[in-house]
Design a protein around this ligand. Structure first.
Ligand code: DGJ
Length: 657
C-alpha cells in the first residue's frame, strides 16, 4: 500500500569511502515488538517513546542487500541481514525484497562491511526501463522516516533512481566507480508500510547502466526539539577538539556542519517548539560526523584500498617509483635515509606536476611536496616567485618552451622516475613529457622524454627540456617511420657500475627501447645521429606494443615487467629477462597467477624495488579514468622461483615480515 500525499523530502547525498561503515550499531530486537502491534492508525509515538528510539539511533531496519545467508545483527525490526518479503522470523514485522528472477546477490571482494554484498541485475536478464529494479517493503507505524540507500559501485559511473512511497526521491544520482554513494531521503508513511523501488529508467540497452543496491537503512524521524540538537552537539565536542585525528576533508565538512548547527541555534533562539531547522541540522551533523574519517596508521600493504598519507590525504604518486635515498634533511641539514616515492599528482585530474613522499617503513608516507610544479599560465611563469627563482636567466624563447612543456592545461607529465647522480651530486627526474605540438592538437603528440634537475630529492626540480630519443636503424623495420624517436611510458635503471638507462615506449608505443644515458644522467650517452645500435641503445621485441616498463635486477638477471597499450584500461602483463641491459631479452610471458581476467589484477606496472628484508615489491596502478586522483596502488611481493622465473599473486593484505 502506498501513500500518495503528505510526503516531504529533503534529499542529499554524500559520496565517501567505505571506511565510514564501521561501528554498526546493533539493536536488540525489541522484545516488546510482538505486544506493540501496528495497525493502520497507530503512530510511532503512540507505541515508542523518543528516548527509547534515540537509544537505538532511531534505526528500524538496516538491510545488507543481497546478504541473505548471514544472520548478522541488524535494526530493531529485523533479525536477518536481508530476506524475501514476509514476516520476520523473530520480530514478526513484515519486510524484505520482492524476489525477481533477474536479482543476483554478488559479493564484492573489495567491499567492506555493508559494501560487501549487493544486488545486481543478472547479465542475460530482459530489462524493462520502468519495471526492472529492486523492490522492498517495510512494515512501519504511521510516521516520518529517513531512508538511506548505499551504492558501492565497482563498475563504471551510472545514474540511480529510487521511488519511495511513489515519489522519486533519488532522481538520477550519479554513482561513481570505486565509490560509495549514499543518498538520504525523507518521507512520511500514512499506512503501515514503506515501499521502495531502486531502478534506472535510463538504462535502455546498455547493461553498463544496470542499477545496483548495497544497503538500506530505515530510521524513524524523531520529534526535534532544541534540547535534542544541543545535547547531540555536546556529545560531538570530543571529535571537534581532535582535528589531528581526522582527514582534512572529512574534518572540514564536519566543522562546517557544526558551525551551521550553532548558527541555527542562534537564529532560533528562544524557540522551544519542534523545529524543522533543528532536525535538518541534526541530520547534517550526524552525516558529517559519521563520515569523519580517521587518519590511518598502516601496518601492512592493502592493495586496491585507498592509501592516505600521514596527514590523511590520498597519496598522489601515480605511475611512480620507490627507492631508498640518503640525503640532507630539509629542516635539520643532517643526513637521513628514507624511502622516497615520486609519482604523478592527479589531484586536479590528468594534468599535474610531480609529488614526492618519504617513509621509514614503506607503509606510512609523509607528503614532501610537489617537487616539480606545472605552470598555470605564462604570467605565472614570469611572476610567481617560485618560478622566477627557478628559471632566472632563461631567454623568452626558453621560458616559452618551459611553459609549453609544463602547462597545467595541456602538458602531460607522466611516470616520473628519479635517480641520483653521484658525480654531480644532483637529483635527476625523467618523465613522459607529452602534449600538443605546433603541428598537432593531439594531447599525446609530443611523445617525448622530459628531464628536470635539483640539488635535493624534495626539489624544486628545474625542468631542463624534453627530447625525442633514439631512432630505428635503417637496416631494421621501423613500426612507425612517420614519427621518429618517440618516447612515451618510461622508466630508469641505474646498474651496479652506475650506468643509467632509460627504458621507454617508442614507434607509437609499438616498440620498447632501452637507451644509455650520459654520465650526468641528463641526456642520452650519445647524440641520436651518432648512436650505435647495440652499444647505445636497443629495441625490444619490435611491434610487440608494450608500455609501462618496470626494470629491476636480481643477482645477475635483469627483469622487465610491462603492460600492453590500452589507455587507462588494464591488460595482461608480460615480462622479459636478460643478462645485460643492452643484451638479448627473452619473452617470459605473464607473471600473474590466478589473474582470471588477465588484467594484471586490474592494474598496470610502474616499478619494482627491493625492500630491506629482500622482498622485491611490484608497484602498479589501478587507474580510475573517471576520477584519476582516486586511482589505487597495487603493490605485491614478487615471487622468485628456483628456475629464475618470477610470479605475482594477488593478496589483499600483506606485510614485509
Ligand atoms: C597508458 C599509460 O601507461 C599511462 O601512463 C597513461 O599515459 C595512459 N595510457 C593514458 O591513456
Amino acid at each position: 500500500m502506498k501513500a500518495n500525499h503528505g510526503t516531504y523530502f529533503k534529499l542529499f547525498s554524500i559520496v565517501t569511502i567505505a571506511a565510514l561503515l564501521t561501528g554498526i550499531v546493533y539493536i536488540e530486537a525489541d522484545k516488546d515488538n510482538l505486544k506493540r502491534q501496528i495497525n493502520k492508525e497507530t503512530s510511532f509515538w503512540d507505541i515508542y517513546s523518543e528516548e527509547e528510539l534515540k537509544a537505538n539511533d532511531f534505526l528500524l531496519y538496516r538491510v545488507d542487500c543481497g546478504n541473505v545467508l548471514s544472520h548478522a545483527k541488524t535494526g530493531a525490526f529485523q533479525s536477518t541481514c536481508d530476506q524475501p518479503y514476509g514476516p520476520d522470523e523473530i520480530t514478526k514485522r513484515k519486510w524484505g525484497y520482492e524476489p525477481k528472477d533477474y536479482m543476483v546477490s554478488v559479493k564484492d571482494k573489495y567491499g567492506t562491511g555493508l559494501n560487501t554484498y549487493k544486488w545486481e541485475i543478472s547479465e542475460d536478464a530482459w530489462y524493462d526501463n520502468n519495471l526492472t529494479g529492486f523492490y522492498y517493503n517495510f512494515e512501519v507505524p504511521k510516521g516520518e522516516y529517513e531512508i538511506t540507500l548505499g551504492f558501492y559501485n565497482p563498475f563504471s559511473a551510472r545514474p540511480i533512481y529510487a521511488q519511495i512511497e511513489d515519489n522519486m526521491l533519488v532522481d538520477g544520482e550519479k554513482i561513481l566507480k570505486y565509490k560509495l554513494t549514499e543518498c538520504t531521503a525523507y518521507t512520511s508513511v500514512e499506512d503501515s508500510e514503506l515501499n521502495l523501488k531502486v531502478f534506472n529508467p535510463q538504462r535502455g540497452v546498455d547493461a553498463m547502466k544496470n542499477p545496483i543496491l548495497s544497503y538500506i537503512e530505515v530510521r524513524v524521524v524523531p520529534k526535534f526539539g532544541r534540547e535534542l540538537l544541543l545535547s547531540y552537539m555536546e556529545s560531538l565536542k570530543g571529535a571537534l577538539d581532535n582535528q589531528g585525528l581526522y582527514t582534512p576533508e572529512s574534518y572540514e565538512s564536519f566543522t562546517k556542519a557544526y558551525q551551521d548547527a550553532e548558527q541555527v541555534l542562534i537564529e532560533n533562539n528562544g524557540s522551544t517548539k519542534e523545529n524543522i531547522e533543528f532536525r535538518k541540522s541534526y541530520f547534517a551533523l550526524k552525516t558529517s560526523f559519521e563520515a569523519l574519517e580517521e587518519i590511518k596508521v598502516y601496518t601492512s600493504f592493502n592493495p586496491a584500498k585507498p592509501w592516505t598519507d600521514t596527514k590523511g590525504n590520498l597519496i598522489q604518486a601515480h605511475g611512480g617509483q620507490v627507492q631508498k635515498l640518503t640525503f640532507k634533511d630539509k629542516e635539520t641539514g643532517k643526513s637521513v635515509t628514507k624511502w622516497w616515492w615520486v609519482g604523478e599528482d592527479k589531484s586536479k585530474g590528468a594534468h599535474g606536476g610531480i609529488c614526492a613522499y618519504s617513509s621509514d617503513d614503506l607503509y606510512n608516507w609523509q607528503f614532501e611536496g610537489v617537487v616539480m610544479r606545472n605552470v598555470n599560465s605564462r604570467e605565472e611563469l614570469d611572476n610567481d616567485e617560485y618560478f622566477k627563482e627557478l628559471y632566472k636567466g632563461l631567454s623568452k624563447e626558453e621560458l616559452d618552451n618551459v611553459y609549453t612543456c609544463l602547462s597545467a592545461s595541456t602538458a602531460i607529465i607522466e611516470r616520473p622516475k628519479l635517480i641520483y647522480n653521484e658525480k654531480t651530486d644532483k637529483y635527476i627526474i625523467w618523465f613522459h613529457a607529452d602534449g600538443p605540438t605546433a603541428t598537432s592538437n593531439s594531447s599525446y603528440a609530443a611523445a617525448s622524454a622530459g628531464v628536470a634537475i635539483s640539488d635535493t630529492p624534495y626539489g624544486p626540480f628545474k625542468f631542463i627540456d624534453r627530447y625525442r630519443l633514439n631512432v630505428c636503424p635503417d637496416d631494421q623495420e621501423d613500426f612507425h617511420p612517420e614519427s621518429k624517436g618517440m618516447a612515451r611510458d618510461m622508466n630508469l635503471f641505474v646498474d651496479d657500475d652506475k650506468t643509467a638507462y632509460i627504458i621507454y615506449s617508442s614507434e607509437e608505443n609499438l616498440t620498447l627501447y632501452i637507451s644509455k644515458l650520459n654520465d650526468e644522467y641528463t641526456y642520452l650517452a650519445t647524440p641520436v645521429n651518432e648512436a650505435k645500435y647495440g652499444e647505445d641503445f636497443i629495441r625490444l621485441f619490435p611491434g610487440a606494443q608494450r608500455e609501462a616498463p618496470a626494470v629491476f635486477k636480481k643477482d645477475k638477471t635483469y627483469y622487465l615487467v610491462s603492460s600492453g597499450c590500452t589507455g587507462w584500461a588494464p591488460n595482461q602483463a608480460r615480462y622479459y629477462k636478460a643478462s645485460s641491459m643492452l643484451g638479448e631479452w627473452t619473452n617470459e610471458g605473464d607473471p600473474c597467477i590466478g589473474d582470471a581476467q588477465k588484467t594484471t589484477f586490474d592494474s598496470q606496472s610502474t616499478c619494482v624495488f627491493k625492500a630491506d628484508n629482500g622482498t622485491y615489491v611490484f608497484m602498479a596502478d589501478r587507474w580510475n579514468p573517471e576520477d584519476l586522483k582516486n586511482s589505487r596502488y597495487i603493490w605485491l611481493p614478487v615471487i622468485f622461483n628456483d628456475d629464475g622465473s618470477i610470479a605475482l599473486e594477488y593478496t589483499e593484505e600483506w606485510t614485509l615480515k
